[in-house]
Each structure stands twice: as structure tokens, then as C-alpha cells.
Design a protein around this ligand. Structure first.
Ligand SMILES: C[S@@+](CC[C@H](N)C(=O)[O-])C[C@H]1O[C@@H](n2cnc3c(N)ncnc32)[C@H](O)[C@@H]1O
Length: 169
């Protein structure tokens, strides 16, 4: 997950720039693993924070150690249940999931459960290999999400940026 060869395929700096995050944004890196994206996301939101979640606490420990070594203090870690995000309502500006959605079981149900954690104007970023694009688009539609941006960092990968079709009243 920390293989530097991923950089060429995922172009993390450009991908994160594409997210248009404010410096005070709160981002949930769901299925963060050892923090390949968590650390650069945290550097992008110096006045906000990144909540790194994962079902494997050992990966989160590694992410924390790597963040500490780089002097990043705006990362909090949260062990995640397997079947739901486990985030507080109205707590995040962006949910970021890279190569995780294939492990979520019912993708549409998971995305639906994620929506209440979004603040007004909040978005969900899905990054994965193109083989998952159709399933992700179908799940987004079933979860009443619309695509606000799409980008390919390389021919093998996509970024889908989603937002609720209707904001909660
Ligand atoms: C392929 S790795 C990707 C890690 C990281 N997002 C990245 O791009 O480097 C998938 C990660 O998702 C985690 N994971 C799997 N199922 C999950 C779930 N239901 N909720 C949260 N994390 C999950 C795994 O433990 C693993 O760390």
C-alpha cells in the first residue's frame, strides 16, 4: 500500500488538488491503511483534520507513526466497523475512499450510510481501478448521489467525486 510505484498510477498530488479542499476541511480517509493518502491529505488541510478509519488497527498505528515522523498533528484515527462508516452526523466535508469500496459489501448501503456524516456541500471521493467504475456508479445512483467531477490519474484508475442529489432539509 506504500509502494512508490503507486505514485505514477494515482498521481496523489494532482488527485488531491482536484478535490479542491479548503485548508480547514475535515476529511475522513475511510480504509486509510498505513496512510498513503492520509498524510498528504492532512498536509492539504493544515487548519482542519483527517479522520483515518480502518478495520485493521495495525494499519492505523502505522499511519500514526508515519504522521508523527513527518510532524503532522492533524490526523485522528478511528477503528471502523466493517459494515458502516461509524462517523458522527454532520462531521465531515469529504469522505475519501481509495481502493476500499470493493471490501464494503453492499456498496450502495454503505454510501447511503455515509451521507448523514456529510456537512452541507459535503462530497464523497471514490478512487479505484477502472474495473470498479460501473459498480461504483450504480451504487452512487442507488444511494441518491450525483457525480460532480470525474478524472483519471492514469488509464487504470478513476476518481469519482459525488455529492447528494438533494441536501438534507
Ligand atoms: C487496498 S487497501 C487501501 C488503503 C488506502 N486507502 C490506500 O489507498 O493506500 C484497503 C484498506 O481498506 C481497509 N478496509 C477493508 N474493509 C474495510 C471496511 N469495511 N471499512 C474500513 N476499512 C476497510 C483494509 O483494512 C485496508 O487497509
Amino acid at each position: 500500500m506504500l509502494d512508490p510505484r503507486r505514485d505514477g498510477q494515482l498521481r496523489p498530488s494532482e488527485l488531491i488538488a482536484r478535490l479542491g479542499l479548503r485548508s480547514d476541511a475535515v476529511v475522513a480517509d475511510i480504509g486509510a491503511g498505513p496512510g498513503y493518502f492520509t498524510l498528504p491529505l492532512a498536509a492539504t488541510v493544515p487548519d482542519g483534520r483527517v479522520i483515518a478509519t480502518d478495520v485493521e488497527p495495525r494499519f492505523l498505528e502505522l499511519a500514526v507513526a508515519r504522521a508523527r515522523a513527518r510532524g503532522l498533528r492533524n490526523i485522528v484515527v478511528q477503528p471502523a466497523p466493517r459494515d458502516r462508516p461509524g462517523l458522527e452526523a454532520g462531521s465531515i466535508d469529504l469522505a475519501f475512499l481509495c481502493q476500499v469500496d470493493q471490501s464494503l459489501g453492499d456498496r450502495a448501503a454503505y454510501l447511503r450510510a455515509l451521507v448523514p456524516s456529510l456537512r452541507p456541500g459535503g462530497r464523497i471521493a471514490l478512487v479505484n481501478t477502472v474495473a470498479h467504475r460501473a459498480a461504483d456508479l450504480a451504487a452512487a445512483d442507488a444511494a441518491a448521489l450525483r457525480v460532480v467531477d470525474e478524472w483519471q490519474p492514469s488509464p487504470s484508475f478513476f476518481l469519482l467525486l459525488l455529492t447528494p442529489r438533494r441536501e438534507a432539509p
